[in-house]
Design a protein around this ligand. Sequence first.
Ligand SMILES: [Zn+2]
Ligand SMILES: [Zn+2]
Length: 342
Amino acid sequence: MTSSATVRIMSPEEIAARGGGETPFLRFPERTGVFAERAMRLRQLANGHAMGDYLAFMGDLTREQQQALQAMPAVPLPDADTIDRAARAGLPPLPAADWPRDPAWRALVHRIAAALAERAPDGARAGLQQLASADEVYLERQADLLLNGLSTGLDLAAAPVVGAALQTYWTHLLLSVHEQHQGQGAPFGRIDDPTVCPCCGSRPVASITRTAGESLGQRYLHCSLCNLEWHMVRGQCPHCRGTQHLAYQSLDLADAGGDDGSSRATSAKVQAETCEDCGHYLKIVHTDRDPFVDPVADDLSSVTLDLLVSETGLQRHGVNFMLLFGEPEPLLEDGSPPPGRR
Ligand SMILES: [Zn+2]
Ligand SMILES: [Zn+2]
């Protein structure tokens, strides 16, 4: 599951440069379970939640991602030269904005939309049926907008499914390259910008704390696109890397104003790590407080925390294709979550 097989064959210098002692720098998603576990978490969170129907529907979508991932055909991968060039330039080898997407990703949109349409609520069915046969021009444009973080022209109703297909395709790319290089050195490692994904250059959806090897409660950033996790020390802003003015907020009032939560009696599974230096925040979910937390699912279920934090004027840094926030207002005026637009 982790890159341990790869780490063993790296030189000590590489390990020091990439991993920092006992903490593996990267954590790879499991091909057989990454989306299935997220789907289970979404179903669990949907129970009794004010946004329960929405979370359950996203759970269905995520379950389709799992089935699609396991049925993925082989797709073109970067060759050794491309990987080498990217590594020497300090760039990600499968950049979201530039990688020539294989048409297989569009087949994923069709497959997922068709499957969901069968059991979608009436209001959503027509849109899904349309998406199930959407043409190349439309889908490629939607993908370009999503992957470049542009909202003008983006079809917000279709974005969760288009985003889900892109996530599935990029997770497949990541794992295929990883599997291809097992035992031959690591194709993925540190890049020049530590705030974006070392595989695809995307922003994180959230941070997650994990116990990695000997080290307790290490912080990883979870990629919003390919599901790779990369290590970043705690106490550092994932947007500007500032260390001076971080604070932590959660919906549990007892946590308000606490430090990283680890030194206080807190049970909040989800916190917002806020930075006064750059005015951004990113959520952090804690596996030691709940082993089933998932960065995407728990981000979706804690939209109320976004409301609370955005009231103080801070900008959301995390990207979640299942919940796109209009810029610059993060939520609708009446406080209802954007997915209700569907
Ligand atoms: Zn990525
Ligand atoms: Zn910052």
